[in-house]
Design a protein around this ligand. Sequence first.
Ligand code: SF4
Length: 243
Amino acid sequence: MDAEQLRQYLEFYQDLGVKSLYRRTVVAPAAPAAPAVEVAPPAPMELPPLAPSDDTLLKIIQDIGDCRRCKLHEGRNKIVFGVGNEQAPLVFVGEGPGADEDAQGIPFVGRAGQLLTQMIEGTARKEGMNLLRNDIYIANVVKCRPPENRTPEPEEMEICGQFLHRQLMAIRPKAICALGGTAARALTGHKEGVTKMRGKWFKWQDIPVMVTYHPSYLLRAYNVEPKREAWEDLKKLLHYVYD
Ligand code: SF4
């Protein structure tokens, strides 16, 4: 990060009302031990810490307000902040809202969202866990729907990703699940496609990240093998978090 990027970064936080930045202490993982990271992280960017120590989801929502910080605000109906248990040990992160999410202001409520719910609850049931969608937390990298459901641009992800960063810091889950390549790349910094990354453990800060397919990809009828792989990924993830 050069001096100009750092200046813009700090201005962004000043704009959010964040008055002070602190360097977070890395806490040793509690038992059971975190899964071994299977893919070494790329060279880390030297960033100042992003969230105040007393941050809450409510405070982040208030800071977002009627956000116009990137051009995605132009076509949105509702900001889609996130939904679920604010103390969830597991957070799912997708790419951005679609049409149904934009209309309702809730992430993963369309067909892909229904499949995600079935996958979470169905896998948990089969593995003997009592887990409902409401027990976890779901958010996206960007909070406003990109036009024509296009992939968010790097600048949009960088700007809005700061809110995701604060959400994750406020929740501090035991693990994160990145749904699809865009979320995976945003969280891990790796540039590979999702087929290479899925089923492996990465890290966001000191939190393990499991990468799997986005449910909208799995809705395509011919994707039989990816469906099986996604169930495998979820099993691995749920056992790590809830065993
Ligand atoms: S996508 Fe994020 S940063 Fe952009 S306008 Fe929406 S809330 Fe603001």
